[in-house]
Write a protein that binds this ligand. Structure first.
Ligand SMILES: Nc1ncnc2c1ncn2[C@@H]1O[C@H](COP(=O)(O)OP(=O)(O)OP(=O)(O)O)[C@@H](O)[C@H]1O
Ligand SMILES: [Zn+2]
Length: 570
């Protein structure tokens, strides 16, 4: 047994997430956490909403509610969707928590004591009409390179050139539209990442070789380009305040930490929330501080890799305290939707709350994991979704379960039939199951989710092949005992599927497992070899036939979905 700490990239508070966010961060983390729990490990899966920053402030303003209230409501809305997707977090926290504030300030103090923070004056765009400094993205104007008139202060969307707000021609505030902008000098805290480059490199050399290539190559690219000193404060109302005991002047000016400074620290903050919200209290520190016995795995989309592989570790190293650093960084490419990336700002793609309105979570969970963008970007299409659901879930798994249980009940009643002793076909099946289970286990241990899903599908198929070979509906005509043996074996497969498929399709797995009334049943499995005997469900065990596990999707369904979500080729 090992201790596994798992975190998935914090979903930003501003709106309900899409399927791309789901498959790129939280869902694989949940699948992995469930798998490890089943294998008897001690697991702590922590996530939270990332709540600070300008987009949250602006969204709250647009709704006319205070930002704290906006975030509280939006947090609950996201949490409800994640419950709907059966994400079994140990804790789902909030980066605006008191715990995160305290730890973030602690990090800043330590970094400062160790000479890694410096106060610098910078020139920034100020809008008197808005009464605030404008972050880069909130200055718009004409691109000096291509003439595009909606270029943002950080980048021109049209020619993709990186810009500085002061480069823009005819700059205006993206908030009020005011063109009466000034450049003022203001002081900010800078994290001297350049001083930490060497130590981060050494750590990456020692750690990143075991990571997926996507993660390690992004980390190395950033290090090759060199770590730059970065402003870690902003002029906002909403954020972790700069501690007044260290920086009284900046605190008085209302500076807060930049969201990218406090967001990863919230992994620790949320763990402390988890500990402190339990009436009996819990030990959060042993997961994070001098936690050499803990294996820490992070999940995220590729755009988050630089922050997690290089910048957050630099921050941790700079505290000169023994904070737990990531052991394995699992990253994902993009899930695309008909020619473009899923996008929250452009409302492109299928959003998680809408997905649950169409179909139960297990349909989406299985489809997304079986097609996770692990080695390349992948495209979501409704046809592919339909084919996967119909073939793998409805035909291969669902139909098997229903056919076996209904037929047995019809011929032998409401308990698992006794029948003869296992023969050559059962031995072969047992060998095949043990082999596939070992393959599944190997892929899950390596966090290769597509391959793990393929092994799972092969396990389901093995049951169908066995049933076709034995044909109990023919056996029953000449040999009741033989038919009973086949059905009893098939029912044991159903129970095995219930246990092994749980990380991917937890609700369905529960329906399959609880179809059998077993005393002392547990959803864990210890070894592939042990599963070979297929005898966990003995003759005489009462069972029920669960309702159809997966409905097939018709072409008419597909038309409705495409109409609603705009899934036409373009
Ligand atoms: N299309 C996608 N495919 C895979 N992962 C994604 C995709 N879009 C976002 N992610 C990941 O989802 C996680 C949560 O992201 P976050 O809430 O910050 O939204 P985001 O990255 O701003 O996405 P968007 O720009 O679409 O809102 C991050 O790890 C991000 O990398
Ligand atoms: Zn341009």
């Amino acid at each position: 047994m090992a201790r596994h700490l798992i975190t998935s990239a914090l979903p930003y508070i501003n709106g309900i997430k899409h399927l791309g966010n789901m498959v790129g961060s939280m869902l694989p983390a949940d699948v992995y956490a469930r798998y490890l729990r089943q294998r008897g490990h001690e697991v702590l899966y922590i996530c939270a909403t990332d709540e600070h920053g300008t987009p949250a402030e602006l969204a709250a303003a647009a709704q006319g509610v205070p930002v704290a209230e906006f975030c509280a409501t939006a947090h609950d809305a996201q949490k409800a969707v994640y419950d709907g997707f059966s994400l079994a977090f140990d804790y789902f926290g909030r980066s605006s928590s008191a715990q995160n504030r305290e730890i973030t300030q602690h990090f800043a103090r330590k970094l400062n004591e160790n000479g890694f923070i410096e106060e610098r004056a910078i020139r920034q765009v100020y809008s008197p009409v808005d009464g605030r400094f404008l972050p880069d993205r909130y200055v718009e104007g004409t691109c000096p390179h291509c003439g595009y008139d909606k270029a943002r202060g950080d980048q021109c969307e049209n020619c993709t050139r990186v810009l500085d707000p002061t480069d823009l021609i005819n700059p205006r505030s993206a908030i009020s539209g005011s063109t009466e902008l000034e450049v003022r000098e203001t002081k900010h805290l800078f994290l001297l990442q350049s001083k930490l480059q060497g130590e981060v490199e050494k750590w990456i050399d020692a750690t990143a070789d075991s990571w997926p290539q996507l993660s390690s190559s992004i980390a190395r690219k950033w290090l090759t380009e060199g770590l730059h000193d970065r402003a870690i404060t902003r002029d906002l109302d909403w954020g972790v305040p700069v501690p007044a005991d260290v920086w009284p002047e900046l605190a008085a000016e209302g500076k807060v930490f930049y969201v990218w400074f406090d967001a990863p620290i919230e992994y620790i903050g949320a763990t402390r929330e988890w500990a402190e919200t339990a009436p009996e209290g819990r030990d959060w520190k042993s997961w994070w501080y001098e936690a050499d016995d803990v294996r820490y795995t992070e999940f995220m989309g590729k755009d988050n890799v630089p922050f997690h592989s290089v910048m957050f570790p630099a921050t941790q190293i700079g505290t000169r305290e023994p904070w737990k650093r990531v052991d394995f960084l699992k990253s994902f490419n993009w899930l695309n939707y008909y020619g473009g990336k899923f996008s929250t700002s452009q409302r492109r793609g299928v959003f998680t709350h809408d997905a649950l309105e169409l179909l139960p979570a297990d349909y989406w969970r299985y489809f997304m994991m079986a097609n996770a963008p692990e080695s390349d970007d992948t495209s979501f299409t409704w046809e592919h979704f339909q084919a996967t659901v119909n073939k793998d879930l409805a035909d291969t798994l669902g139909n098997f379960v229903n056919r076996v249980l209904s037929f047995s009940r019809k011929r032998f009643g409401d308990a698992v039939p006794e029948g003869g002793t296992a023969g050559e076909a059962e031995t072969r099946l047992g060998e095949e199951i043990a082999r596939l289970l070992a393959e599944y286990e190997e892929q899950m241990e390596a966090l290769q989710f597509r391959k793990a899903a393929a092994a799972l599908r092969a396990l389901w198929s093995a049951g169908n092949s066995y049933l076709e070979e034995k044909a109990p509906w023919l056996e029953i005509k000449t040999d009741q005992e033989a038919a009973a043996l086949t059905l009893r074996t098939a029912m044991n497969l159903i129970h095995l599927y219930a246990v092994v498929s749980e990380p991917f399709v937890p609700t369905t797995a529960k329906a399959m497992r609880t179809a059998f009334r077993l005393d002392a049943d547990k959803a864990t499995w210890t070894s592939a070899g042990e599963a070979r005997s297929l005898d966990a469900v003995p003759a005489g065990t009462p069972f029920i036939v669960p309702p159809v596990l997966f409905a097939k999707l018709t072409d008419d369904d597909l038309e409705v979905f495409k109409e609603r979500f705009g899934g036409a080729e373009d």
